[in-house]
Design a protein around this ligand. Structure first.
Ligand code: ADP
Length: 474
């Protein structure tokens, strides 16, 4: 896996993790809020139940006292009716403690005047949180209250027995009244403690709820901000990439236009000159003149051939993929020299080779294009006026890179042309070439991630130096 692919995957993983965090936080928030609301609703139902419990107990005490002094049976019945409320709650508490959620507990809660719709929450909170400190404390107060309610019930039994047997004295009445009011006072304390404990629990739950909500919302906000910053960065990067691609496309398009225009012109010009030569040859009787025309025709055709082969190289260089493989430089030079031997003057030029590097890891097609074009130029632009024409080929390693040098003592390049020789269709002598050779060479060198530069002096000679990076392990 390349470095950029690795970072791409890492970035994708980051974004994925952020989305996951947001989802998890949202799910947690929903759950926490749902259960908190359920707990608060159950606590509210318990406080409501407590007010019924308290009212029932107080009304029962009041009726019992009235019964104590009036012996009115109706007051006794009313007492029994009101006492059922705290007794029902007490039965529910015992049933829930013993068996958890059950029908007896639910029925008893209804007797305790709790609302039918609150039953689920009441039972759920009791069963699941009976050991949580605030509820455990409240249940304890509740139990103490139930014990007092039982005492009230016993007092009523005693009063009833005395009334039945008609032995209730004023002193008894005084004693029972005192006992009832002591129980009532104690119950009031228990009931208040019960409500206060639940209130305390509710406040704690509220604080916890605010804290968790703020905490998760902060995580969500941070994750969303991070997600957006990553996305915006990505958009900027891809926008830049598209801009670069667009610029490249415009350049390629422009190059293609230029190429098509010049190619169509250059392909036609030898044909036009051939047509002219054929016409004048048909009218010519002089054999020597005809031979001269034929030589011109040959030159024109050779130029056409060279141009077509340049176009083929250009297309191959553009289209074909780079294939890195072991390539013998010696073999490529030998092949190129043997192909170029038919060039004019080629046999009079001494070609020397000093190959300190032979086999390299590179693309053979590009190397052939480079070497063939540079050697053919060295031959084409040889200086006939010099007694000894030579081409020197060198390969060696410098700074960890493979170097190829092709030097000649040809006509050299004038200073004003040096900056243009690698441009498309730049040529100083249209009879000698298409002006595509060095342009293709430069593209081929860049394709194999190398570079090329030239040292040349007019009338002295030229030296082309190509640097090819070592592709081992690429
Ligand atoms: P062409 O097909 O015209 O040779 P190139 O792109 O190969 O086109 O070369 C561009 C120009 O560079 C040539 O016209 C020539 O003036 C100059 N040139 C290239 N190689 C040499 C060389 N070895 N000696 C002198 N001039 C050269």
């Amino acid at each position: 896996m390349s470095k950029s692919q690795f970072f791409k995957k890492l970035r994708f993983a980051n974004v994925f993790i952020l989305i996951l965090i947001v989802f998890v936080c949202c799910a947690l928030l929903i759950c926490i809020n749902f259960f908190t609301i359920k707990t608060l609703s159950a606590t509210r139902a318990y406080v409501n139940g407590e007010s019924h419990y308290s009212k029932g107990q107080k009304d029962a005490s009041r009726h019992l006292i009235t019964y104590l002094y009036t012996k009115d049976k109706n007051q006794w019945k009313l007492y029994l009716e009101e006492l059922k409320v705290p007794q029902g709650d007490g039965t529910a508490r015992v049933a829930l403690l013993k068996a958890g959620d059950n029908a007896i507990a639910r029925k008893a809660l209804l007797v305790g005047r709790n609302h039918q719709e609150d039953l689920d929450d009441l039972v759920w909170l009791f069963v699941n949180f009976k050991k949580v400190s605030f509820l455990a404390k409240a249940i304890n107060e509740w139990e103490q209250g139930d014990k007092l309610i039982f005492k009230l019930f016993i007092i009523e039994e005693q009063i009833n027995a005395k009334i039945k047997h008609n032995i209730l004295t004023a002193a008894d009445q005084q004693k029972f009244l005192q006992q009832i009011s002591i129980i009532s006072d104690k119950l009031t304390i228990n009931e208040r403690n019960f409500s206060n404990t639940l209130g305390e629990g509710t406040r704690k739950i509220k604080d916890l709820l605010i804290f968790t909500n703020v905490f998760f919302i902060l995580i969500i906000i941070c994750s969303v901000c991070l997600y957006y910053s990553i996305m915006v960065k990505r958009l900027i990067v891809s926008k830049k990439e598209i801009e670069v691609k667009n610029e490249n496309l415009i350049l390629v398009n422009h190059e293609l236009d230029h190429f098509v225009y010049s190619a169509s012109h250059d392909l036609r010009s030898p044909i036009t000159s051939l047509q002219g030569l054929i016409k004048i040859t048909q009218e010519e009787d002089n054999l020597n003149q005809i031979r001269e025309y034929l030589t011109l025709m040959h030159t024109s055709l050779a130029r056409q051939d060279q141009f077509i082969s340049d176009i083929i190289d250009y297309s191959k260089n553009k289209r074909k993929q780079i294939i890195l493989e072991p390539v013998s430089l010696q073999e490529i030079f030998d092949e190129a020299i043997s192909q170029l031997m038919h060039f004019e003057n080629a046999s009079q030029i001494s070609i020397t080779k000093e190959l300190l590097v032979d086999e390299i890891q590179s693309d053979s097609l590009r190397l052939k294009i480079i070497i063939f074009n540079l050697l053919s130029n060295a031959i084409k632009y040889a200086d006939n006026t010099k007694q000894q024409m030579f081409i020197a080929i060198k390969t060696y390693i410098a700074d960890g890179c493979n170097k190829i040098e092709i030097s000649d003592n040809g006509i050299g390049i004038k200073d004003e042309f040096k900056d243009h020789i690698f441009e498309m269709y730049f040529g100083t002598n249209k009879n000698k070439g298409s002006g595509l050779g060095l342009y293709i060479v430069k593209e081929a060198v860049e394709n194999i991630r190398g570079n090329i530069y030239v040292l040349s002096e007019n009338n002295i000679g030229s030296k082309f130096i190509i640097t090819i990076p070592n592709h081992h392990g690429s």
